[in-house]
Design a protein. Structure first.
Length: 309
């Protein structure tokens, strides 16, 4: 059985995707090999019309906590698919499958594997979207330094990111799996959005599972790395008024770089968000309920392994 997860064409590691290797090989030791006739689809927004083409040799497709999104449509679900659980209710609705399959994102299982402690080093930390980290990491680091925030790079090693989140009192996150893991580790989080590359649908899908409303706080976009609209259904809210308002201001047009005044404004915005926003955190009862539900589906998967092989 082959573990499938999204790998960027530029070879850059991304926290949410890299969690697959770290998590499943601990929870399912000895299960995975290079046999592509069965594909295990785990953490990520992986369910779309291109998935069958990305696992062309798979005669069986196993879905475990993945979400629908990106590209332009959903795949045809047939008898070769076995869905154990999905990220949330929106994914179940898109696929036309029972709501009972909507559990939550599998990344919350880190709470069973990562040992937390009560030592907090950072009052606030910021974790950008992978695209924004790839092209603007130095600037984001500078902004965070200016306002005394820790900067968590989604390209860093898994254990390093887990420790950084655990040592933070409140996480401001563009990276959804940063927020998911923060919730799992009982770290309050605030969703931040600085471009239309942040896919509203997948955030709403996950938030539906933890019974929290997705209410992102917007930060001014900057440079060519922040196009107002991304391709496919990535741009589920399209060029909303948040982006239109910024684009209509000549002094903040997309210049392919960021000025000192822009950087200071963004720093001010992040600080204001941190100080004036009540952070999110699912209830202890809810997160434990979801964790147990995922473990039950995992046990079912293990029981089915003989059949799957």
């Amino acid at each position: 059985m082959k573990l499938f997860y999204y790998q960027r064409q530029d070879g850059t590691a991304n926290f949410g995707d890299s969690l697959n290797l770290w998590l499943w090989k601990q929870l399912l030791p000895g299960v995975f090999d290079e046999d592509e006739t069965t594909a295990f689809i785990g953490i990520g927004t992986l369910i779309n019309n291109l998935l069958p083409d990305r696992v062309p040799n798979a005669k069986r497709i196993i879905i475990f906590s993945s979400g629908v999104g990106y590209e332009k449509g959903t795949p045809l679900i047939d008898d070769s698919w076995k869905i154990y659980c999905l990220r949330g209710l929106l994914s179940a609705q898109k696929l036309g499958v029972p709501a009972s399959l909507a559990i939550t994102d599998g990344a919350i299982l880190v709470r069973r594997l990562f040992k937390t402690d009560s030592i907090k080093v950072n009052r606030f930390a910021f974790m950008p979207h992978i695209h924004h980290a790839n092209y603007g990491s130095d600037i984001w680091k500078s902004i965070c330094t200016e306002i005394g925030f820790a900067y968590i790079d989604p390209r860093s090693p898994i254990e390093q990111i887990l420790s950084a989140i655990n040592q933070t009192e409140v996480l401001l996150a563009e990276a959804m799996h940063g927020a998911i893991v923060a919730d799992a580790l009982r770290v309050p989080w605030i969703p931040v959005c600085s471009s239309a590359r942040i896919l509203t649908f997948k955030w709403q899908d996950w938030c539906s599972s933890i019974e929290v409303k997705y209410q992102p706080k917007y930060v001014m976009p900057w440079g060519d790395i922040y196009p107002p609209v991304a391709r496919g259904i990535r741009s589920s809210f399209r060029a909303t008024s948040h982006w239109v308002n910024w684009l209509q201001q000549d002094k903040f047009r997309f210049l392919g770089k960021i000025s000192t005044s822009q950087q200071k404004l963004i720093a001010t915005q992040l600080m204001y968000i941190a100080q004036n926003t009540h952070p999110n955190l699912s209830t202890e009862q809810r997160i434990e309920q979801l964790t147990v539900a995922l473990e039950a589906r995992l046990a079912q998967f293990k029981a089915d392994l003989a059949w799957l092989k």
